[in-house]
Design a protein around this ligand. Structure first.
Ligand code: PAF
Length: 279
């Protein structure tokens, strides 16, 4: 495994591999890797000849400077995990390498970006779009792998691929969970011991919603879920949406693909999760 900090050097290496007919799988990350990321690396390993993982804490997707400052940076541990997962190349650029000039690009993701995360984190998805497009340009992968935990991000990236007319295939990986159901996230390490005991209530609430679909409307379930979560969390939203348009639904017959999505603060940590409700 080799680490590259410079765009040109990585590109030269990847071009040499492509010239030999090798296919490239790409897993973009912000580091602080956990088994959720590693499962994507395994998917990439199984599907492609060469696996590239980027580690870049992208400043322009953080709307909260405190969150950016506190975002865990664990390059050594990440590199060890990636070596074990038989990754071929890490791309680990500086902010200056990625953004030599001020970023002015503005994407229009339509209604996908005005709801849920988009409504609470201004500019977040534009920052994600800009960095992912830049990373796609650099790596020029055949397939790129993203986790379903960031359900809205996945929809935004599929939209980005259409807007930019890219040929990369986007592959979704299942959310990896701790034994008690908590979705794996780089932010989990910031939970206190007590908060960690409450954290699985997000997944149990999502499951409770899934189990009660037959007898309740989406609106009723969203209300009760918000109440349940309010005991230990400060929930930002709990929405049942159409899994493609991401717009909230009022009745089950509005979609064949209902998904419940949640964001909630537990102490200083903002957690997100979701569940596909397909009956
Ligand atoms: O999901 C993430 O870790 C980030 O949003 C991504 C896709 C690597 C872009 O910075």
């Amino acid at each position: 495994m080799k680490t590259y900090n410079k765009i040109q050097e990585l590109q030269n290496e990847l071009q040499a591999q492509r010239n030999q007919g090798k296919t490239i799988g790409f897993v973009p990350t912000m580091g602080a890797l956990h088994q959720g990321h590693i499962s994507l690396v395994h998917q990439a390993r199984a599907a492609c000849d060469i696996v590239v993982v980027s580690i870049f804490v992208n400043p322009i997707q953080f709307n909260n400077p405190e969150d950016l400052k506190k975002y865990p940076r664990t390059y050594e541990a990440d590199a060890k995990l990636l070596e074990e997962a038989t990754c071929d190349y890490i791309f680990y650029p500086t902010v200056g390498e990625m953004y030599p000039e001020k970023v002015t690009k503005k994407y229009d993701f339509g209604n996908l970006e005005t709801v849920m995360e988009g409504a609470f984190r201004e500019g977040h998805f534009n920052g994600v779009g800009v960095v992912v497009n830049k990373l796609f340009e650099i790596v020029n992968a055949d397939k790129a792998f993203f986790g379903k935990k960031d359900f809205q991000q996945l929809a935004i990236i599929r939209s980005l691929v259409e807007i930019e007319n890219l040929s990369v295939e986007i592959i979704a990986g299942e959310t990896m969970r701790e034994c008690d159901g908590l979705a794996m996230s780089s932010r989990n390490v910031r939970l206190t011991e007590e908060e960690r005991t409450f954290a699985p209530e997000i997944f149990s609430t999502l499951n409770w919603v899934k189990e009660n679909m037959e007898n309740h409307s989406p609106i009723e379930l969203m209300e009760v879920a918000m109440k349940r979560l309010s005991v230990h969390f400060k929930p930002e939203y709990f929405q049942i949406v159409d899994g493609l348009s991401l717009q909230m639904i009022n009745s089950w017959d509005e979609t064949n693909y209902p998904v419940a999505c949640v964001a909630a603060h537990l102490g200083q940590v903002r957690l997100i999760d979701n569940i596909e409700l397909n009956r």
